[in-house]
Design a protein around this ligand. Structure first.
Ligand code: NAP
Length: 415
C-alpha cells in the first residue's frame, strides 16, 4: 500500500519486524490502535494512560510505545464510508501487534461481525483468554482463587465459520435434498442448516500454540476440551489430533493422562506437561468444583466462547476479562466484551479488561516488567476498595469511582 488515506504514521517510532521466525521489537515500536465504539472511547483512553505510565516507570524512558491511530467501526464509517477499511487491515498486518477497543456490529453493513471478520482476514487462529482472580473481587464461588486458566479457543472454524443457510431458501433446499438423497439422512424440509468444519490444520496449529505457551510459562497441563462423545468426527477428531500432535512434536516434554497411569503410576514426572482431555459438559462442572486441576485449556471455537465467559463470571465478570487474537505472528489484543452503549462517554465503565489485554500485549512484546507492574498496581487498587461500579456492587464496603479516576489510581499505585 503506497500511502495511507487517513492513518498518520508517526515519525518517532519504529516498525516491529520479523527475523529468524521471531518478532524483533524495537525500543520504540509503533503500535496501531483501534479506539473502538461506545465504551471503547472511555476504556482506551484509560488503558493507554496506564500502559504509558508503566512503560515509563519500568524502563525509565529507554522504551516507549508509539501509538498509531487506525480506524474501524463507526469512526471508520464516518471517515471512509466503510466499516473496515483496507488500510486498517494493512496497518495491522504490517505492524504485527495492535490494541483494539470493542466495535459495534453494523446492522446491514454486509458483516456478520467486524470482530470475526478481522480475525478471519488476518488468520488470527488462536483466541487467548486468561482468567484469574484478583484478591478482593466479589465472586459467586467460595474459592475464586483456585481458578487460574488460560483458554486457547480456535478462532476460525467450527459452527462459527459462518457457513449456514436460512430455512426455505433455494440453497438450503438444495443442501437438504442432496443430503437426504445421497447421504440417506432424514433432515426435515423446514430446517435451517449450519456446517461445522473442524480440520487437522486448524486443530493442530491451535493445540501447538497452547502447548508452546504451557512450555514457555512452565505450566503444568494442557486440557483438550471437546464434545467428542457425540460429535465424533469433528470434536472427537479435535481431541485425537490434539493428542497426535502432542506426542509427535512434543514427545520429550509431555505425558498424556493414559501414560501417567500406565507408565508413571499416577506420579507426574518433574518438568513435564500433562496432556489430558475432558468432555465439554464435564469441564463446565470441573471449573466450578476442581478448578485448580486445570491450567491451559485448548478448545474448538464454540466451546471456548461459552467456557471463557463462564470462567470470567467467577472472577468478577466482563470488566476483568482480557483477550487476544493471535496468528503466526500477528497479535490483536482486545477486551472480550462489547461496546456497552448505555455506558458510553459516561466515564463509569471498568477499563480493567482492556488494561489486562494490554498487559498480555506487553508480555507478547517481552516487556514483562511493565506488565507485572500493571498487574500489581491493579491488585493494590482493588485491595484499596476504590473501584468502578461493576466491582463495587460485588464488594462489601467498596467506594465507587469512575473510569479515569480508576486508571489514575492504578498509575499512582505503580511501584
Ligand atoms: P456488551 O457490550 O459486552 O455489554 C453487556 C453488558 O456487559 C454491559 O451492559 C455490562 O453489564 C457488562 N460489561 C461490558 N463491558 C463491561 C466493562 N468494561 N465493565 C463492566 N461491565 C461490562 O454486550 P452487548 O450490549 O450485547 O453488545 C453491544 C455491542 O457490542 C453490539 O453491537 C455487539 O455486536 C458488540 N460486541 C462487540 C465485541 C467486540 O468488539 N469484541 C464483543 C461483543 C459484542 P451491566 O449493565 O450488568 O453492568
Amino acid at each position: 500500500m503506497a500511502k495511507y488515506k487517513h492513518i498518520k504514521v508517526p515519525t518517532d517510532g519504529k516498525k516491529i519486524s520479523i527475523r529468524g521466525k521471531k518478532l524483533q521489537i524495537p525500543d520504540n515500536p509503533i503500535i496501531p490502535v483501534i479506539e473502538g465504539d461506545g465504551i471503547g472511547r472511555d476504556i482506551m483512553k484509560a488503558a493507554r494512560r496506564v500502559v504509558d505510565a508503566a512503560v515509563e516507570k519500568a524502563y525509565q524512558g529507554k522504551k516507549r510505545i508509539v501509538w498509531m491511530d487506525i480506524y474501524a467501526g463507526e469512526k471508520a464509517f464516518k471517515l471512509y464510508g466503510e466499516w473496515l477499511p483496507r488500510e486498517t487491515v494493512h496497518a495491522i498486518k504490517t505492524h504485527y501487534v495492535a490494541l483494539k477497543g470493542p466495535l459495534t456490529t453494523p446492522i446491514g453493513g454486509g458483516f456478520r461481525s467486524l470482530n470475526v471478520s478481522l480475525r478471519q482476514i488476518m488468520n488470527l487462529y488462536a483466541c487467548v483468554r486468561p482468567v484469574r482472580w484478583f484478591k478482593g473481587v466479589g465472586s459467586p464461588v467460595t474459592h475464586p482463587e483456585k481458578l487460574n486458566v488460560v483458554i486457547f479457543r480456535e478462532n476460525t472454524e467450527d459452527v462459527y465459520a459462518g457457513i449456514e443457510w436460512r430455512k426455505g431458501t433455494k440453497e438450503v433446499k438444495k443442501v437438504i435434498a442432496w443430503l437426504n438423497k445421497t447421504m440417506k439422512t432424514k433432515i426435515r424440509a423446514d430446517s435451517g442448516i449450519g456446517i461445522k468444519p473442524i480440520s487437522v490444520t486448524g486443530t493442530k496449529r491451535l493445540v501447538r500454540k497452547a502447548i508452546n505457551y504451557a512450555i514457555d510459562r512452565k505450566l503444568p497441563s494442557v486440557t483438550l476440551v471437546h464434545k467428542g462423545n457425540i460429535m465424533k468426527y469433528t470434536e472427537g477428531a479435535f481431541r485425537d489430533w490434539g493428542y497426535e500432535l502432542a506426542k509427535k512434536e512434543f514427545r520429550t516434554k509431555i505425558v498424556t493422562e493414559d501414560e501417567l497411569w500406565s507408565k508413571h503410576k499416577g506420579k507426574m514426572p518433574n518438568g513435564k506437561i500433562l496432556i489430558k482431555d475432558r468432555i465439554a459438559d464435564s469441564m463446565f462442572q470441573q471449573v466450578l468444583t476442581r478448578p485448580d486441576e486445570y491450567s491451559v485449556l485448548a478448545t474448538p471455537n464454540l466451546n471456548g466462547d461459552y467456557l471463557s465467559d463462564a470462567c470470567a463470571a467467577q472472577v468478577g465478570g466482563l470488566g476483568m476479562a482480557p483477550g487476544a487474537n493471535i496468528g503466526d505472528y500477528i497479535g490483536l489484543f482486545e477486551a472480550t466484551h462489547g461496546t456497552a452503549p448505555k455506558y458510553a462517554d459516561k466515564d463509569v465503565i471498568n477499563p480493567g479488561s482492556l488494561i489486562l489485554s494490554a498487559v498480555m500485549m506487553l508480555q507478547y512484546l517481552g516487556w514483562d516488567k511493565a506488565a507485572a507492574m500493571i498487574e500489581d498496581a491493579l491488585q493494590t487498587t482493588i485491595s484499596n476498595k476504590t473501584v468502578t461500579y461493576d466491582l463495587e456492587r460485588q464488594m462489601a464496603g467498596a467506594t465507587k469511582i469512575g473510569t479515569s479516576e480508576y486508571a489514575g489510581n492504578i498509575i499512582k499505585n505503580m511501584k
